[in-house]
Design a protein around this ligand. Structure first.
Ligand code: AMP
Length: 305
């Protein structure tokens, strides 16, 4: 595995290597990240992982300052997984000058996450487009955990005819149900409370499986579990633009966000309601504690189904 700091060097190392899969990350790896790398490894000749904590997507400086990091551990995990190239650009390499250009995705950037984190979606879009332009991968892998990010990237790629195939990967959960996130290590005594979010979504998924399609009923399952002041939003949305709907017909998400102490958690379930016996996609669940909480290195960390 090669580790490089510049986009030009990464591009040079990719050329002539066949189909290139890109996994953009902010590091501090967990099984969610590893599942994206696995999927790229299975589908591509060369898997490239970027590690860059993108300041443009943090609207709160204290959130950026305490974002967890462990570069050595990330490199070990990537290597064990068979990643070919890690690109870890310095802040100066990414933006020698503060960018004047921002990628804006009308509508999509204002709702849900955009309501609570102004500038976040545009900050992600700007850096993702920059990485795609500089590295020119054939495929780019994103997790459904960040549903709005995935929907946004799919739309940007279509709107701008970027020559890449966006691959959405299933959400991976901890064994107790919490959606895996690097920020979960910051939860501490709020952990038990934070489990209420996935619990609420799982009971909404049960209702969906029983045929329920109404937003009010599905959202109420989450409101019932999560203490009132913690929940920021839960909204049934159709899948292509994340427009809220009163009742789902076709493909959708039920995304939710909540704040437990100083840690903000997002989660969702993916819903495809076209078929009569449709069941909610609750994601994959680990059957052991996440590697986030151990010093041990990778073993059987990637869930298989
Ligand atoms: P991050 O490092 O948090 O920016 O995430 C990098 C990529 O990993 C994004 O495409 C995320 O959607 C994806 N990801 C993060 N957490 C999960 C998870 N629990 N399951 C699946 N994908 C995830």
């Amino acid at each position: 595995m090669r580790v490089v700091e510049t986009l030009a060097e990464a591009r040079a190392r990719q050329s002539g290597q066949g189909r290139v899969g890109l996994v953009p990350t902010m590091g501090f790896f967990h099984e969610g990240h590893l599942s994206l790398m696995e999927q790229s490894r299975a589908e591509c000749d060369l898997t490239v992982v970027t590690i860059y904590v993108n300041p443009l997507q943090f609207e709160d400086p204290s959130d950026l300052a305490r974002y967890p990091a462990n570069h050595r551990r990330d490199l070990d995990l990537a290597e064990e997984l068979g990643v070919d190239l890690v690109v870890a650009p310095t802040p100066d390499e990414m933006f020698a000058r503060p960018p004047l250009t921002k990628v804006s995705v009308a509508g999509l950037e204002d709702r849900l996450e955009g309501e609570y984190r102004p500038g976040h979606i545009s900050g992600v879009a700007t850096v993702v487009v920059k990485l795609l332009a500089a590295l020119r991968p054939d495929r780019a892998y994103f997790g459904r955990k960040d549903a709005q990010q995935l929907v946004m990237v799919e739309r940007v790629v279509q709107d701008l005819s970027l020559p890449v195939r966006v691959v959405g990967c299933r959400l991976v959960r901890e064994n107790q149900g919490l959606a895996l996130s690097s920020r979960n290590v910051l939860l501490q005594e709020q952990r038990a409370a934070a489990l209420s979010l996935s619990r609420g979504l799982m009971s909404a998924a049960d209702k969906f499986d029983q045929g329920e399609r109404r937003a009010a009923v599905l959202e109420a399952e989450v409101r019932r579990e999560v203490a009132g002041e913690a929940l920021e939003y839960v909204r049934l949305c159709e899948a292509s633009t994340l427009t809220p709907v009163n009742s789902l017909d076709g493909e959708g998400y039920l995304p939710a966000a909540a704040r437990f102490g100083s840690v903000r958690i997002i989660d969702n379930i993916y819903l495809e309601s076209s078929e009569p016996g449709a069941v909610a996609d609750r994601g994959l669940r680990l059957d052991h504690p996440s590697l986030l909480y151990s010093d041990s290195e990778i073993g059987s960390h990637v869930p298989s189904s």
